[in-house]
Design a protein around this ligand. Structure first.
Ligand code: ATP
Length: 454
């Protein structure tokens, strides 16, 4: 019998995507089952399993545009057996839904050729055929991947090794339970009050909304995010028991890193569905429209673009109301296609140089101190009180300080995208931890057993 325990020198990266649909399942759940199976078979993990979020503005995502990748050391002859295992998991577990395109890619060796796919998939809409060609060129094996699943699966491999990351503990219930309400609001709030900011993005107190529990028919009971994987390891058994979950996994993730808003473009280069940053002066607005949404336009040296800070963005929309024409700002967000053109849905606003308000007023009367009136074009000013007239007086210039201070204005927690850096975690740094399966999987993995070739 072949012993597979960490003997191999080859590095295998497995990327997964698009196994779920609005009716259920979740790519992270399949990733968790596969990670457990590989750990039980004794494979050595090179890093925690990855939950990689991609461009949140692409139109065909099911929920949070998440993909998963696993990174293990394998023996020279193991590739076939692992590929077969991945295929069988996908065949058994992926949702059968017209929209779903369950895909796995298996890449042996360096992930570097796929780094570009990851970087671009974070910020743009990219073509599956270009990704397919690249996968072929690097000799990757592809399971499924008939439509666009290859994009996310390849990008999640290309993300390895993640340089900027956080962690998420995901708790799961059995697949057959489809109840949408998780009924854990009080429990999540209590945990958040105890452990924030070491856990974050759990609750929006102002909106009285719990963010850590989903609302769909998927198997996720809750997801707790943190910069400290060991804290999450300690929480896993307690939360599984208290919140009725069967198993848990801790993913390393690019969530909360702001990596999707790193590409600065000129307005003319902005494309539909980009996640993008633009910089320029406020050219019109802000205008508050029905529903409390704030619309303004930003102009750089190339063109002008409409920007929208929706009411749901809370703090951000309130800050956007205070912008003034001429303020120099930077905004980051997602590009939507509307009938009249492209609009940037703003996710953050950075005020670079706010302009003071300038007001011109008639001078005060030098004789009685009352405000004077114009005496007619080119005739200077006259005092309505004492009748004093003077041709040589000039209007006075009054500066009122800007309403917005220079700095960054973020959305309220309810509007966070998975990739948005949450206010409460700003300044925290994630700590590294050894990728031991018993740290990232619960229940613990006991007996290694062999994956047989079928
Ligand atoms: P979940 O978060 O529950 O896993 P999801 O929101 O990730 O679901 P999917 O069902 O995986 O949604 O659908 C997203 C699809 O879009 C996948 O096929 C993925 O490969 C593809 N995709 C992801 N990012 C891009 C991108 N930047 N350009 C083109 N296609 C993309």
């Amino acid at each position: 019998m072949k012993d597979l325990r960490g003997r191999g020198n080859n590095v295998l990266h497995i990327g997964l995507d698009d196994v779920d649909s609005p009716d259920g399942m979740c790519t992270t759940f399949l990733g968790a089952l596969l990670a457990r199976r590989l750990a039980e078979a004794g494979y050595e993990f090179l890093d925690y399993p990855y939950l990689v979020r991609l461009n949140p503005n692409i139109p065909f995502k099911t929920r949070g545009n998440g993909s998963v990748s696993l990174h293990v050391r394998i023996g020279r002859d193991d590739l076939e057996a692992v590929e077969e295992l991945v295929r069988s998991y996908i065949e058994r577990l992926a949702e059968r839904h017209g929209k779903t395109d369950a895909t796995a890619v298996l890449v042996v060796g360096s992930t570097e050729p796929l780094y570009e796919v990851y970087k671009r998939a974070l910020v743009e809409l990219i073509s599956p055929s270009a990704v397919r060609r690249l996968l072929k060129a690097v000799g990757a094996r592809v399971v499924g991947g008939h439509k666009r699943g290859v994009v996310g699966a390849a990008a999640s491999v290309g993300a390895y090794p993640l340089r900027s990351y956080t962690y998420e503990l995901l708790l799961y219930r059995p697949l057959i339970i489809k109840e949408r309400l998780r009924g854990l609001d009080d429990e999540v709030k209590e945990l958040d009050r105890l452990l924030r900011p070491y856990i974050f993005a759990n609750v929006d107190y102002a909106a009285n909304r719990v963010l850590a529990t989903p609302h769909g028919p998927d198997p996720v009971v809750a997801g707790i995010r943190s910069v400290n994987p060991l804290l999450l390891s300690a929480l896993a058994p307690r939360l599984c028991e208290a919140w009725g979950a069967l198993m848990a996994i801790i993913y390393k993730s690019n969530q909360a890193t702001g990596q999707h808003l790193t590409l600065l473009k000129s307005v003319t280069d902005v494309r539909p569905y980009d996640s993008v940053v633009i910089r320029g002066r406020v050219a019109s607005g802000p205008m508050v429209i029905r529903g409390g949404h704030v619309i303004f336009s930003l102009e750089d040296s190339t063109a002008r673009m409409e920007c929208a800070a929706y009411r749901e963005t809370g703090y951000l929309a309130r800050a956007a109301r205070k912008l003034k024409r001429g303020d120099l700002i930077e905004v980051g967000g997602g590009v939507r296609v509307r009938k009249k053109g492209l609009t940037l849905n703003v996710e953050y606003l950075r005020v670079l140089r706010p302009l003071p308000s300038v007001e011109l007023k008639n001078p005060l009367c030098p004789r009685c101190g009352r405000r004077m009136k114009s005496a007619g074009r080119g005739k200077g000013f006259k005092c309505p009180n004492c009748g004093y007239r003077e041709r040589g007086l000039k209007k006075e210039v009054y500066f009122t300080p800007p309403l917005l201070e220079p700095g960054t204005y973020l959305q309220s927690p309810s509007a966070y995208r998975h990739l948005s850096p949450p206010r409460e975690a700003l300044g925290l740094r994630s700590i590294p931890a050894p990728p031991l399966p018993n740290l990232f999987l619960y229940p613990p993995v006991h007996k290694p057993f062999k994956i047989s070739k079928r």
